[in-house]
Structures are given as C-alpha cells and as structure tokens.
Write a protein that binds this ligand. Structure first.
Ligand code: CTP
Ligand code: CA
Length: 225
C-alpha cells in the first residue's frame, strides 16, 4: 500500500487538462489561431498518467499524441467546443489544469462561403470568446484548479489578478521575456503563485520537468487535504 502510494501518488484521481490553441473560423477555409504547440498540456497529461491519474485531455489542433492508456484525448477546434467538453467533465474531476492558449476573440459571424478578395481594406468584427477557466472557477466545488498566465508586463500583479478573477488555487506564470521559454520551445521558465499569493520562481527547464513540478503541487495538495 505505502509503495503504491509513493509510485502512483495520483492513483484514483481524475484530472481534466486543456491544451493547444483554438481555431476560430472566419469562413470555410480561414481561421484565427495562435502558435501554441500544445506541448505543455500533453506533457502534463502524460506525466499525470505516469503518476497514476486518469486524464481527460481536451486538445485544440495539435500534432501531439498521448502516450499513455490512462489519457483520453478529446480533440476540439474552437473555444466554444473546448468550453462545452470541459463543462461536460468538470463535475467528475478532482483537478483541472488549463494549459490551452484559448483565443480571446472570435469572428462575430462566420461567412458560409469563402470570402472573396475585393476592397483594398477589409476588417472582421470580433467578439469575446467565453473564458473557460473563469467559468470553471465560478462553479468550483472541491476541484483543485490550476491556470496559466502569459504576461509581458507587471507579470506578478497581473497573475495575482487572474487568480482572484478566475477563483484559482494555483497559477503558473510563464515568462516570455526569457529566451528559452514559451510557445514553440522545448523549455519553460515559470513562477508558481498560489491562492495565498506565495510566490515561487522556478529555474528554466524542459517542459517535461515543468510538468512534473506542476503535478508535485497537485500531489502536495492531496497530502495536505
Ligand atoms: N483561458 C481560458 N479561456 C479563455 C482564455 C483563457 O480557459 N477564453 C485560460 C488559459 O488556458 C490560461 C488562463 O486562462 O490558463 C489565462 O490565460 P491568459 O491568456 O494568460 O489570460 P486571459 O484571462 O485570457 O487574459 P489576457 O490574455 O488579457 O492576459
Ligand atoms: Ca488570453
């Protein structure tokens, strides 16, 4: 028993993870997207499964595949689809980790036919997408809720505001200022901030190692509670 607990500390836990970008359709052949590769979310999912957790990984468009039978991947395209899938699983999970780079805005209307080139200037009206993480925070019961924050200025202050606004237990602040960190990179430099605003800067390290650090926080949470 004690051995199982140390090797598979997340056995019996169910974890919802979002990963990758979302694509917001403009017309049948075009979309608004971003450069998120999805690697961070897949690394967290695979590592969580290695620790014994059952994982539901809701992934936007990415080439990554899960490498563990305990990871169920649900592929989505848009923010609205990601929102719907997350809400359909949220009640049954113990932990939710939002690693996706969800589009903040989407076209207000999606053209049913390919938009033809015409005038010299052209603009698309956008409206906000739903904030998936904030919506999960708003209905949180016992779930341990982890978000990411990507900031380029006033990093700590902005991340703290996100903890409060989205009712998070922990935020993983990503520093893009660091050369080796961020989108399309193999490494990440993060700072953890918990809901009591305890700040813990981490070293620049491989995304797999960042994933382990995040899951260590989850393990610690369950040891305490
Ligand atoms: N997030 C989400 N749904 C959205 C936007 C963001 O679930 N529509 C989640 C991300 O997955 C991440 C966290 O919210 O875990 C913070 O995302 P970020 O882009 O840093 O912050 P925003 O709240 O979108 O604010 P801004 O982009 O203006 O900094
Ligand atoms: Ca955003």
């Amino acid at each position: 028993e004690a051995d199982l607990e140390s090797k598979l500390p997340l056995k019996g836990k169910k974890i919802l993870i979002t990963a990758g970008p979302t694509y917001e359709a403009i017309d049948p052949v075009r979309f608004i997207g971003n450069h998120s590769s999805g690697k961070m979310g897949f690394d967290i999912a695979n590592e969580a499964a290695k620790l014994g957790a059952q994982v539901i990984l809701v992934a936007g468009p990415t080439h990554f595949k899960a490498n563990n039978g305990l990871v169920e991947v649900i592929n989505v395209i848009s923010a609205q689809e990601m929102y719907d899938v997350c809400h359909s699983y949220y009640n049954e999970v113990d932990v939710a980790i939002a690693a996706a780079a969800v589009a903040d805005y989407k076209p207000k209307v999606v053209a049913s036919q390919k938009i033809k080139k015409a005038a010299d200037e052209f603009s698309i009206e956008l409206e906000k997408t739903k904030d998936i993480l904030a919506s999960l925070g708003a209905i949180k019961k016992d779930q341990f809720l982890i978000g990411f924050a990507l900031e380029t200025e006033n990093e700590i202050e902005n991340a703290k505001l996100k903890i409060q606004k989205k009712n998070l237990d922990l935020i993983v602040l990503n520093s893009l200022q660091d050369e080796g960190a961020g989108f399309k990179k193999e490494t990440n430099k993060v700072t953890f901030i918990d809901k009591d605003f305890k700040i813990e800067p981490m070293e620049l390290k491989a995304k797999e190692a960042v994933a382990s650090d995040i899951l260590n926080k989850v393990i610690l949470h369950f040891r305490k509670s």
